[in-house]
Design a protein around this ligand. Structure first.
Ligand code: GMT
Length: 377
């Protein structure tokens, strides 16, 4: 199959899922065409079945805002015509689903009928999409997608709750890519861990795009409570609008000497390989790919119970769930896991075992089934 995958190229989870999906499909022999405004961050090596097409909006001084969606639509028309794509798969509704719909209509005038699949990821529904400035377009493009998938049951429920949807929606959980976990810490990982935690401190980590919805300030509050009970270090990976506030909070709580802001990392497993615990206290989280990637590396997870997180983190087994903002309980649960090596290894093993429910080999056929169904129509 020749598949055009439209995605955000950044560190966000939807882009990571779309890239890993495309890479896995390419390995199975499909021809994959990634379409975005930048090279996707996880598209880091050459594969003969993978192409990347860059969308370059035309800059004209009249425009205060560059019409990216139109440039994307034109690119979808072009790539479909000249590469002979069989279908389009767009990740994150805004503005990809409406661009795909528009491209589909244009292509009909060239006697080309191409179906498109929309995968909803989270804030395209729960935060941004339901805003009145987007809602009518999102509703229309979901209802006019040839297939709609979501990354959790919780997101499916939210989609039906917030929009007037007449289309069917299928749940296909996110997955662990072939090379996106730490199988076994290598000698250099152990060396790095020693540098971060020279006295055998526990290493706690968080990874996100530091937006308000991630509640990174809760991570720091939880860490402060853990650190009062046991020597520990906090690694904050990622970057984003809340970073400045987080740095300020670390200073206010007097924990800066044990907190490392490591910035964006290309490969999450470099962090997971040296971590003992992952914290994800999000306000909303349709799935929580960051948590799943930690579990796959054998790192237990302390998370909120928002959105799809209970589908990913099994309470009392792969880690613990708490109400949003309950930093006291989150710290207590973290201490339960970290209190001794025996307990830590038990939760590490359970975290890894639980992640096996989300291997790409389980998930990929579900997407292929959707594609095959559309192409048979
Ligand atoms: O909203 C974001 O944080 C970004 C978004 C994305 O586009 O990367 O993340 C969403 O999609 C991820 C991949 O499916 C999910 O793992 C995240 O839970 C989801 N984020 C939220 O719902 C907040």
């Amino acid at each position: 199959m020749k598949i055009g995958i439209v995605l955000y190229p950044t560190f966000g989870g939807s882009g990571v899922v779309a890239t890993e999906l495309g890479k896995a499909l390419a390995l199975k022999g499909h021809e994959i065409h990634f379409i975005s405004y930048n090279q996707p961050v996880r598209l880091d090596h050459f594969h003969p079945n993978i192409r990347y097409h860059e969308v370059r909006p035309f800059h004209y001084p009249l425009f205060d805002y560059q019409p990216y969606e139109l440039a994307l639509t034109s690119k979808l028309v072009d790539v479909t015509r000249y590469e002979g794509l069989d279908l389009l798969h767009v990740h994150y509704a805004i503005p990809h689903a409406s661009a795909a719909y528009f491209a589909q209509q244009i292509l009909k005038t060239h006697n080309i009928n191409i179906p498109f699949v929309t995968t909803l990821h989270g804030t395209d529904i729960t935060l941004v999409g339901k805003h009145p400035s987007f809602e009518p377009v999102i509703t229309f493009s979901i209802n006019n997608s040839d297939a709609v998938t979501v990354v959790s049951q919780s997101l499916k429920d939210d989609t039906y709750k917030h929009f007037k949807i007449e289309n069917g929606i299928e749940v296909i959980h996110n997955f662990i890519g072939h090379d996106s976990y730490c199988e076994e810490p290598k000698a250099e990982d152990l060396e790095r861990k020693k540098e971060i935690a020279p006295n055998g401190e526990r290493v706690i980590c968080h990874m996100s795009n530091f937006r308000k919805v991630k509640r990174v300030e809760d991570v720091v509050q939880i860490f402060k409570r853990i650190r009062e009970k046991m020597p520990s270090k906090l690694l904050l990976a990622g970057d984003g609008p809340e970073r400045y506030k987080i740095e300020q909070l670390c200073t206010e709580l007097g924990v800066c000497s044990d907190v490392e802001m490591v910035g964006n990392v290309q490969t999450a497993q470099e962090i997971h390989c040296i971590s003992d615990l992952f914290i994800l206290p999000s306000q909303t989280e349709s799935f929580g790919l960051a948590a799943l990637e930690a579990l796959a590396s054998g790192v237990p997870v302390i998370s909120s119970n928002a959105g799809g997180l209970p589908e990913v983190n099994k309470d009392g087994y792969s880690g613990f769930l708490s109400d949003v903002g309950d930093v006291d309980k989150m710290a207590k649960d973290a201490l339960k896991i970290l209190e001794n090596d025996e307990s830590l290894s038990k939760y590490r093993k359970q975290a890894y075992d639980h992640s096996l429910n989300f291997t790409i080999d389980n998930i990929l056929p579900q997407y292929e089934e959707v594609y095959n169904r559309l192409l048979k129509k």
